[in-house]
Design a protein around this ligand. Structure first.
Ligand SMILES: Cc1cc2nc3c(=O)[nH]c(=O)nc-3n(C[C@H](O)[C@H](O)[C@H](O)COP(=O)(O)OP(=O)(O)OC[C@H]3O[C@@H](n4cnc5c(N)ncnc54)[C@H](O)[C@@H]3O)c2cc1C
Length: 312
């Protein structure tokens, strides 16, 4: 007797041939049914129909053109501020993990391909005696993701250093957008729609030991205050007004609250950590519980900083 599958995975809305046509001829890596838990800092997430790691910006342009022709959606991830739902993402998921070049340009400017990790960019700047990215010490996102999220800390934000951004728009056209044309605000940036494939940052010369001392101090602070040894996606909620979401959640008595293997960190209450086998559904249930409890106790409605994507 054959058993019927109980999987609720949504069937793709396009033919396999169209999916294959969309990724045909690329120089980068292409993986079908790729488990996204392997590509997110939370270590959670179902499969992408297809995961593409383009080799360069031309590859991105070709992919965008072909995907548009086949009418297949694209989602881009760095993977560190994301919760991918348990049934994954339909269509094409792009990771810029192969686009990691950094170029030194005149006038204390660095150009980073979109997939360069912020820690790598920050270390490169430090090695050149260039200051301006110390705030990013310990932020694990990509340079592109940090522009899109206007990532930041109490020391500074991405917007303070961005000079311009290179974007591949639909249908595969590359444009350079100066920072003055980007509207940055708290943990977001209004950019033309497309894939950010590169970022120019404007830095200032400074003594290396001074930069290193600031970075060291900030990393020490992070280690003492954040649960860095367990998988997470950074802060779950945006800070409400001038208060810190972590403080509000902690005073609502939620440190250590748990659903399955998802737990409100007992080190920093605005982090949810994966204790081992957490599902996206567990994290979402826990986030709802936190939101409800805080609202009941304080009247505050917390807004998500975490992006939740994919099929429930
Ligand atoms: C331990 C830990 C500590 C953290 N600390 C901080 C912190 O101090 N401050 C802070 O701001 N954040 C922090 N974060 C969160 C995270 O690193 C940042 O939000 C970062 O900007 C996300 O970058 P990403 O490349 O991972 O993008 P993702 O999280 O994958 O994506 C974020 C959004 O950007 C879009 N996106 C990503 N790449 C591109 C691209 N190339 N083109 C177009 N759109 C794109 C995605 O589609 C999504 O909408 C932390 C995370 C962790 C795990």
């Amino acid at each position: 007797m054959t058993r019927r599958s109980t999987s609720r995975r949504t069937p793709p809305r396009w033919a396999t041939a169209d999916l294959r046509a969309a990724v045909a001829g690329l120089k980068g890596d292409v993986k079908f049914s790729a488990p996204l838990k392997e590509y997110t800092s939370f270590r959670i997430g179902g499969p992408a129909d297809v995961l593409v790691m383009p080799a360069d910006a031309d590859d991105v342009s070709r992919l965008v053109r072909q995907a548009q022709a086949a009418d297949i959606p694209i989602f881009v991830l760095g993977g560190t501020n994301l919760l991918v739902r348990d049934h994954g993402i339909r269509g094409i998921v792009v990771s810029l993990a192969r686009m990691k070049a950094i170029t030194d340009e005149p006038g204390h400017v660095l150009y980073a391909e979109g997939g360069v990790g912020m820690p790598t960019l920050m270390k490169h700047a430090t090695s050149r005696g260039l200051s301006g990215l110390e705030w990013a010490a310990g932020i694990p996102g990509t340079a592109a993701g940090c522009v899109v999220m206007n990532a930041g800390t109490t020391l500074g934000e991405m917007k303070d250093s961005v000079k311009a951004v290179r974007i591949v728009e639909s249908p595969g056209v590359t444009i350079d957008v100066p920072a003055s044309a980007i509207r940055f605000s708290y943990r977001q940036a209004l950019l033309p729609r497309g894939i950010v494939v590169g970022v120019w940052v404007q830095l200032k010369p400074a003594p290396k030991d001074k930069i290193q001392a600031t970075v060291k101090e900030y990393l020490r602070h992070r280690k003492n205050t954040q649960p860095l040894t367990l998988p997470s996606a950074g802060c779950v909620f945006r800070n409400p007004g001038h208060d810190a979401a972590g403080r509000v959640i902690e005073s609502a008595g939620l440190k250590g609250a748990r659903v399955g293997d998802a737990q409100v960190s007992d080190k920093h209450a605005n982090f949810v950590v994966n204790l081992g086998h957490a599902k996206a559904a567990d994290v979402i249930a826990l986030i709802k519980k936190v939101g409800r409890t805080v609202e009941d106790k304080t009247g505050l409605t917390l807004e998500l900083e975490l992006k939740i994507v994919g099929e429930p």
